[in-house]
Ligand binder design. Structure first.
Ligand code: ZN
Length: 243
């Protein structure tokens, strides 16, 4: 089985399409797994939902997905994110709202638990350190967990009592062996690791490797679309900075 692992698309259809093109070049995948935050920040939330629906992607809810449909109050977001979510809420069709409403907080796919933030707090917690990873290994039972939310690729491995972290890089894959792991594929639509290229992963059960991919996309087009609909300038600028 080969699965493409996408997170934090954030209404950036230009980046999502570039990633899907790139996935096509890597060979056939059996499933697309999406770790939440389909909407928020970007100018094409409805189009991103439609595309994921068409592809039968397996998705979990992110905090922006539930924020956009009023399931959590916008006071829990920073002012720029809240402004973009207010705009997003206006755009969503009733079918989009229904789709986002029905997204589960976690999904178990074979040996992988899929969550947006963390297994212990799927909508909100950031797994950013070995400390937060260590605590979260106690909150899922399968061997591996896939998370997004930080917009930064990361991998945490549980080796007996010790937790180690490795930085996934496009040049080398990560062997998923006996040890339990928490892996973040980075963000499709708003990377924050200083590299503006879209980020995603592919897991292949044939060799048990997780591989990270970075994809150049037309950032300018995504920015123009945001400017046209009046989204905050800071959100537009951060796309080219990758932070
Ligand atoms: Zn996000």
């Amino acid at each position: 089985m080969r699965c493409a692992i996408l997170a934090d698309i954030h209404g950036n259809l230009t980046a999502l399409k570039a990633v899907l093109d790139d996935i096509g070049k890597q060979g056939k995948v059996d499933e697309i797994w999406c770790l939440g935050d389909i909407v928020g920040y970007g100018a094409e939330p409805c189009e991103c939902i439609s595309l994921l629906k068409k592809l039968n992607a397996v998705c979990v809810a992110g905090n922006h997905d539930v924020g956009a449909i009023g399931k959590i109050d916008l006071v829990y977001f920073n002012p720029l994110a809240a402004e973009a979510l207010e705009w997003t809420a206006e755009k969503l069709t009733p079918m989009d709202v229904y789709y986002l409403q029905e997204l589960p907080k976690t999904v178990q796919k074979d040996e992988f638990l899929l969550a947006h933030g963390s297994p212990s707090s799927p909508l909100f917690e950031y797994v950013i350190s070995t400390g937060s990873a260590e605590r979260n290994f106690g909150f899922f039972h399968s061997r591996y967990c896939l998370v997004g939310h930080t917009h930064v690729p990361a991998a945490f491995r549980q080796e007996s009592k010790k937790i180690s972290s490795t930085q996934p890089a496009p040049s080398r894959g990560i062997l998923l062996g006996e040890e339990r792991m928490i892996i973040n594929p980075g963000a499709v639509g708003q990377p924050r690791d200083g590299d503006p290229r879209a980020s995603y992963g592919i897991f292949d059960s044939k060799d048990n490797f997780f591989r990270l991919f970075r994809v150049e996309y037309d950032v300018r087009t995504a920015q123009d679309k945001m400017a046209q609909v009046g989204l905050p300038i800071q959100l537009i600028m951060r796309l080219e900075q990758g932070k």
